[in-house]
Design a protein around this ligand. Sequence first.
Ligand code: PMP
Length: 401
Amino acid sequence: MTKGYLDYQSGMPVDPRVVEAMVPYMTEHCGNPAVLHSVGDPAREAVEQARAQVAALIGAEPSEIVFTSGATEANNLGVKGVAMKLRKKGKHIVSSVIEHRSVITPLKYLEREGFEVTYVPVDAEAFVDPKAVEAAIRDDTILVSIMMANGEVGTIEPVGPIADAARARGVLFHTDVVAAQAWIPIDVTTLPFDLVTLSSNDVYGPKGVGALYIRKGVRVEALIHGGGQENGLRSGTENVPGIVGFGKAAEIAKAEMQGEVERVKPLRDRLMEGILGTIADSTLNGPPDRRLPNNANIRIAFVEGESLLLSLDMEGVQVSSGSACSAKTLEPSYVQLAMGVKHEEAHGSLQFTMGRWTTEEDVDHVLEVLPGIVERLRKMSALKPGMTYDKEDFRDHGHDH
Ligand code: PMP
């Protein structure tokens, strides 16, 4: 089912144990957790069990977990919910240039609503400097939001010192841990995180479910109003099977995390070293250490990532490239541009992300087919050593998808 699939960051298969746990909540336990009669009881109990399982993944109390429709909604609730609650206290927020779009876009919205946002830059390996965050905090700063790890280039951010700096100034700290949560143990009893965004699919649970951890005592404004579910913070009938699946997935992730890191990291290293060692003009994006153990993001000069991606797909290998297709243009990754990667180089990036079902054969297959693909594409490519394309030139050369 997952043979050759090396795009776990974009979407993870659901663990069969998770599917098994979910099924009864679509069949015999079909009740709405809010009803008073007995058919609602199993659903209500299952949601509360899942809340405890998700809380345990990060050392939280169950009452500190709000289920949402995914990480996007959790990020919106974390960022806009705090901004709305604290707008009389201050209207300044500190974040970074490499946050996921589900943080950046709400921040852009808040800017249109009269808030000010400082987007801290990153270095060439995509690290945010805690000192830069500290320097950006002002008397009217109400929130700092920095992701725990960047899923695209793999960089693990120094969120401990960053959260300490926010706490020292009495500013709330929010972190999106989606890319990190399956790989790095998180304990909010020792880390001064006030708000944490989690995603079900990124621990092999179903898509369309997420959660926001809100530290006890921290107040946020609800964004979705209605029946008052989730303590009034997220109205709407709970996605019971999805939440049950998330709970089971979180429980498995906590129990198996260390073993998975130990199994996957050598596979990732084998792939990374194999590509960098055999393909000329290939460069690692992001740091060699302090990176997610399942991520290899590699720039291959003088070829386009999209051509590589499609050629690999024909060989049964699925990966992501350094671009995100939007309406009519093929934009290079804003994360890589922020790291100082050149426009045309960001186009030649391949993002490999591995997980629970990745095997040595998957890695060896890539190492076998990729050099030939690169050689063939380089022969055909308009990109040659010594050439640079600025943004406009690049668009003029027929890359308008
Ligand atoms: N944050 C990060 C770091 C992500 O990678 C993603 C996408 N997987 C999201 C937030 C948004 O998740 P979703 O699309 O499931 O809401």
